[in-house]
Structure formats: structure tokens, C-alpha cells
Design a protein around this ligand. Structure first.
Ligand code: TMP
Ligand code: ASP
Length: 256
């Protein structure tokens, strides 16, 4: 492999300089973290699965004119993406109560929400990504009101699209997290979907059994993490057979 310049290393991905200006290569690692890195494991094959699942979803979004940073997959673990300025927010959309909203508002996990809810969290590991309001976002200049409007409407479009996509293969989309970036095109700045969309960033439950098919299997020590991701890929028609050898290696840290 030729030596490339590392631009950024996150918990689950590494970004390298791309072949042309304005592009980056995203490398999907096998690392899984939860609770702000307190819990860490290497789940063999996770990076390959997330690269493929994210490719599949981002390509579909591009075809319905939801702009994303995805250009094309390069190999098993890498994809070529557009370089954007990441907006420091995690945009979460929820259809069913689970995770932090269930805890915060005392809702029963699995109860339907009155409507889809979009929330913003400030991306800051030291503060453990606190939930924030539009007031905070504009006051601290993390994003403009126009960008907030764009993120909400794009997120709701992605939600409708993904609910249908997953329902067709017997999966309920409980919630998911998106990140957005600013794409500078001459005088223009566009808000586009960035990062990844995968079982790491979604809650996916089997439609009939409610079995969890996402990162909550790791967060809650349920086992079978990559097997569940492989089943999502298989149902979406991405991978015929789950990759062999899906053992969990090097798990450390506290359980929930
Ligand atoms: P939450 O219920 O823990 O707030 O998570 C909401 C959704 O966001 C869920 O689908 C998991 C996803 N998520 C991430 O992708 N990254 C994170 O750091 C967290 C906390 C949640
Ligand atoms: N991504 C977050 C972390 O590494 C947590 C999560 O997904 O639950 O801490």
C-alpha cells in the first residue's frame, strides 16, 4: 500500500487524504466503543460490514437527491468521500422510545413516539455529547438557522426513506444518528450528509421478534454483534453469506 497522509482518526474510522483535492478516503476499523470510550472491543469484520451497509444506504440517498459525502467504495474497508467541514452536531431522529430518550423522559423502551422527533447533540467527547437546543446552536454559532432547517428537513426525509427500506426486509427503524458537513462549492455552501449510516449509528429491531440488530448488542453485552450486522447486510441483499470468523477479540471496559 502506498503511504497516505492521515487526516483524522476517530473511534471507528480513519480519514486519509484522497487522490484528488476535496476528497478523502474513509477506512472503517473493527473497533467498537461505547459510553464515550469506556467500553472498547475489536469486533472482527465490523468495519467491512459497516463500509458495505453505509455504501448501500448513502448510494440510495444520492439517488433520491439527498446529498451525501459518499462518492464510491474503494475496497472492503475503504470508501472515497467528499471532504466537508463537519458541523459539530449529532442529529438524532427517533420513531420509537429507546436509549437516552427513554431514560431522560421516563418512557418505556419500545413505546411508539407521538411523532418522529429530531434532536441535536453537541459533538464534544469531554462533555459526553450533551443534548442541545436550537438556541444553543445559534447562540454558540455551531450552525446557522438555515443549516438547522436543512438538517431537520433532510433528516426527516432520510427517516421516511430508511423506515421503508428497512420495513421491506422485516426491520423496524427505532432511531438513528446523522452527521452533516458543509460542502464549499465556489461561492456556495451546501449542507450534506456525512459520516456513516450503519448498525453502529442506528437502532434496528427485528419486525416480529424485536430482537436488536445494532450496536446495542455491544453496549448491553448481548453478544452476537457482528452476526447481527451481517444479518442486516444479508437482508438488504448486500452480502450473500455472513463473513466467517466473527469472534469478539480484546474486549475491555465496563458493562452498562
Ligand atoms: P441515544 O438513545 O443513546 O441517544 O442514541 C440515539 C441514536 O444515536 C441511536 O441510534 C444510537 C446513535 N448514537 C450514535 O450513533 N453515536 C453516539 O455516540 C450515541 C450516543 C448514539
Ligand atoms: N460512539 C460513542 C462512544 O464511543 C457511544 C455510543 O455509540 O454509544 O463512546
Amino acid at each position: 500500500m502506498t503511504r497516505r497522509k492521515k487526516v483524522y482518526e476517530g473511534k471507528a474510522k480513519i480519514l486519509y487524504e484522497g487522490p484528488e483535492p476535496g476528497t478523502l478516503v474513509a477506512y472503517f476499523k473493527d473497533d467498537a466503543t461505547a459510553f464515550n470510550n469506556q467500553k472498547h472491543a475489536r469486533l472482527e469484520g465490523k468495519g467491512v460490514l459497516n463500509n458495505r451497509i453505509s455504501e448501500f444506504i448513502m448510494e440510495k440517498l444520492n439517488t433520491i437527491s439527498v446529498p451525501t459525502h459518499f462518492i464510491r467504495r474503494l475496497n472492503m474497508r475503504e470508501q472515497l468521500i467528499r471532504e466537508v467541514e463537519i458541523i459539530p452536531l449529532e442529529v438524532v431522529c427517533r420513531n420509537v422510545a429507546a436509549g437516552s430518550i427513554a431514560t431522560r423522559l421516563g418512557l418505556e423502551e419500545g413505546s411508539a413516539l407521538p411523532r418522529s422527533i429530531v434532536e441535536f447533540y453537541y459533538k464534544n467527547d469531554a462533555l459526553q455529547d450533551p443534548i442541545v437546543s436550537e438556541e444553543h446552536i445559534t447562540a454558540f454559532n455551531w450552525a446557522s438557522t438555515q443549516e438547522i432547517d436543512d438538517m431537520v428537513s433532510l433528516t426527516l426525509r432520510v427517516n421516511d426513506f430508511l423506515c421503508g427500506l428497512f420495513a421491506a426486509v422485516g426491520i423496524k427503524l427505532i432511531d438513528f444518528k446523522l452527521e452533516y458537513g458543509r460542502l464549499y462549492e465556489g461561492e456556495m455552501v451546501r449542507t450534506i450528509v456525512a459520516d456513516e449510516i450503519s448498525p453502529d449509528s442506528c437502532r434496528l429491531w427485528d419486525m416480529t421478534t424485536n430482537e436488536k440488530m445494532d450496536k446495542d448488542r455491544f453496549r448491553r453485552d448481548l453478544g452476537g454483534v457482528t452476526e447481527a450486522y451481517a444479518e442486516v447486510a444479508r437482508r438488504l441483499g448486500i452480502m450473500k453469506d455472513p463473513p466467517p470468523n466473527l469472534t469478539v477479540v480484546g474486549e475491555t471496559g465496563a458493562a452498562e
